[in-house]
Each structure stands twice: as structure tokens, then as C-alpha cells.
Design a protein around this ligand. Structure first.
Ligand SMILES: Cc1cc2nc3c(=O)[nH]c(=O)nc-3n(C[C@H](O)[C@H](O)[C@H](O)COP(=O)(O)O)c2cc1C
Length: 167
């Protein structure tokens, strides 16, 4: 069940997990919704300690050879650089409406993406698909980060969280 696409189900799952889990619970949200802010706020109220934004976008491709969907499930999760602007937009919108921390996840593949995601409101950034292209991507980004921070006159990463909202 895609329980992330309904406020009622997302709240129910959050409450059930919080009841038995002694560790902080971060709820990963689905981007396949009309209003992600509504779900984020409901999940925060239900006790989530943080949010991960977001999971994959529902997509599909069709083979021109056999004229049929390429994947067996017909539809599947779309991720990688193509989703970055949409995820960034969701992180930005949710940041303005919740107090719990957000992990930005979707299409991040460069050091600049990490900084952009944090300016939108992410406290931390997660990298998925880019690891499949370059298994050393995280190491490269971490190594490059101080240089890029210097270029953009950033002295403390924690100070840029949500920076795009101020002023
Ligand atoms: C091969 C693959 C498997 C994935 N499996 C899961 C999974 O089991 N659970 C989950 O929450 N997200 C899963 N995801 C989604 C990623 O964790 C991530 O939310 C999404 O791909 C967006 O980030 P990215 O563009 O950096 O990959 C998977 C993604 C890929 C590409």
C-alpha cells in the first residue's frame, strides 16, 4: 500500500511506529501527492521527529520495439537529477510549515546541489541514484564541500539551513 499518499494512512503509520520505536522516527514522504505540506504537517502532529523528502516519483517508459511498458510492473519509481527541482520545491514548501528537521533527498548529484537543498531548508542531504553512476560520489562531494563553501562565502553549513527563506 502506498500509505504516504493519504493523510489518514500516513498519520496511522507514524503513530504505530512511534508507539513501539524508542529511536527518533523520520518519516519518508511520497512526492506523488497534490499537497505534500498537508501530509508533512499531519505526520509532524502525529509525532514524527523528522521528515525525509522525498521518495521516487511514479513514472513509466514504453519500448518502441515491442510497444509495451519497459518494466514488468508497468510503472515504477523515477529518481536522479531530473527530479531535483521538484524535490527542492517540496523541501522549500514544507520547511515553511513544520518545525522538525528535513532530510533532502532527490536528484542530488553535485556539491552545489547539497548547498541548494540546505538553502531550501534541508538539515541533511541524502544521495541515492548518483551512487549508481559514481560509487565515490559521496566521498567526492564531502571532499569538495569546503572549497565550494569558500567560493560562496559560507563559513558554517548549519547557518545556511533554510537560508533561501530569509530576507
Ligand atoms: C534502485 C533504488 C532502490 C530504492 N529503494 C528504496 C527503498 O527500498 N525504500 C525507500 O524508501 N526508497 C527507495 N528508493 C528511493 C531513494 O531512497 C530516494 O528516495 C530516491 O531515489 C530519490 O533520491 P535520488 O534521486 O538521490 O535517488 C530507491 C531508489 C533506487 C534508485
Amino acid at each position: 500500500m502506498a500509505f504516504g499518499t493519504s493523510v489518514k494512512n500516513a498519520v496511522e503509520v507514524t503513530k504505530a511506529v512511534k508507539k513501539v520505536c524508542k529511536k527518533p522516527v523520520f518519516i519518508k514522504l511520497s512526492p506523488n501527492v497534490t499537497d505534500i505540506v498537508e501530509i508533512a504537517k499531519a505526520v509532524e502532529k502525529a509525532g514524527a521527529n523528522g521528515l525525509v523528502i522525498s521518495n521516487t516519483f511514479l513514472g513509466m517508459r514504453i519500448s518502441l520495439v515491442n510497444k509495451k511498458p519497459i518494466i514488468a510492473n508497468k510503472v515504477g519509481g523515477y529518481s536522479g537529477p531530473g527530479v531535483f527541482p521538484m524535490v527542492l520545491r517540496m523541501v522549500y514548501q514544507v520547511y515553511e510549515n513544520v518545525k522538525i528537521p528535513i532530510i533532502g533527498c532527490g536528484g542530488v548529484s553535485t556539491t552545489n546541489d547539497v548547498i541548494e537543498m540546505m538553502l531550501a531548508g534541508a538539515t541533511a542531504v541524502e544521495i541515492g541514484s548518483a551512487n549508481l553512476v559514481d560509487p565515490y560520489i559521496c566521498k567526492k562531494i564531502i571532499t569538495e564541500l569546503p572549497k565550494v563553501m569558500k567560493k560562496y562565502k559560507i563559513t558554517d553549513l548549519s547557518k545556511i539551513i533554510g537560508g533561501a527563506h530569509h530576507g
